[in-house]
Design a protein around this ligand. Sequence first.
Ligand code: AMP
Ligand code: GLY
Length: 434
Amino acid sequence: MRVLVVGQGGREHALVWKLAQSPRVEQVFCAPGNAGTAQDGINVDIASGDIERLVKFAQSEKIDLTVVGPEAPLVAGIVDAFRGAGLRIFGPTRAAAELEGSKVFAKELMRKANVPTAEFCVFDNVEAAIRYVDCREEETLVVKADGLAAGKGVTVCSTKEEAKDAIRTVMVEKKFGEAGNRVVIEECLVGQEASILAIVDGTTIVPLAPSQDHKRAYDNDRGPNTGGMGAYSPAPLITPELMDQIIEKILVPTVHAMRSQGRIYQGCLYAGLMITNQGPKVLEFNVRFGDPEAQPVLMRLKSDLAQMLWAAAEGRLNDIQPPRWDERAAVCVVMAAEGYPGSYRKGDVIRGLEDAAQLEDVQVFHAGTLKQGDQIVTNGGRVLGVTALGETIPQAKLRAYQGVKCIRWDGAWCRKDISDKARLQLEQLEQSEG
Ligand code: AMP
Ligand code: GLY
């Protein structure tokens, strides 16, 4: 089959890399892609938001399956457009993508379906939102812009003043534009986080191996939020018993509730969870693979991804074998450009990629990179995701950082503690249990 991946980050490189391994796949295209996707597939110079041109490309190149990486085209209706043109595509329709596109929609769906999540209220009026904060007993609250805000619309506030500032930023200053017409104000949950990704065909749910990302910019989870500075899989916090609970109490009722609203969910369903003392609760849903979670998860996947996504797009997930996993752990360390997550420079020459590629069980996924003549240069804030397998999480970590050491450019940096929280989380878990 001929496959098209839409997007240009580290997640998309991991998707292209994995799909290209399938014996069923003849060619993988990536639009617009990066220097890494150009090595494992063929880049097509069409932006991920240009749905009309993507449809035309898929028709003229006889693409059998399209896989969408980022949320924006999904929320804009890329799946509806492809289906309307008779093209097979893996991802939720615009109506189903509201699960990520509107936090208000997601929270109300969870409330109706009895899916555990933080207590919340919705406001479309600044004064009412501020009055609500004033009336609350607790100081800590979480303020969320309703719509898409590139992962920056959530503020975890430790004082009422901070919460009120966050409300004003979203609703008055309109920092995220229309996304801030409404806010969700919710209870602050305490616990450990984990990401559960599942492949869904509308009815059948196939959970992937659990993972954990690192959203804060600096070591020990300090500094501003980012798109994700690293990830690992498995997440030892998610025991098989807990996974059963997550499937039964979160994934099944959510997919079922979407179906009964006539918003059949087909695609990757990403549940961002907080594991609290009262069990797992949903922080957010995303309607796509996580970035950088996809990198370690796909590196551990032994089964044929193309077969799985094809079956999901056809509503036939039930017909295929459950995914098989490499028992080893995988750790992905994101290398970023100087200044990220603030403004950063582009165009620095990246050296040492060949040396890193020589290392056994190391895979360098490109994110913000561009090929310029014979050289590969930086072209984004998150530049690379150096991912490695190891017998244990610490061994995978060691190997990933060996890969990082091979690579350099002016201003390159990364967190030094990716995956350390796996150990800390287990210690805390043991303490709370015993
Ligand atoms: P989101 O974009 O909704 O995943 O939020 C980004 C981050 O904010 C999450 O990964 C959590 O660390 C944090 N967060 C979101 N909602 C809550 C909550 N109700 N309680 C505590 N932390 C939260
Ligand atoms: N790693 C978080 C996300 O993909 O949204």
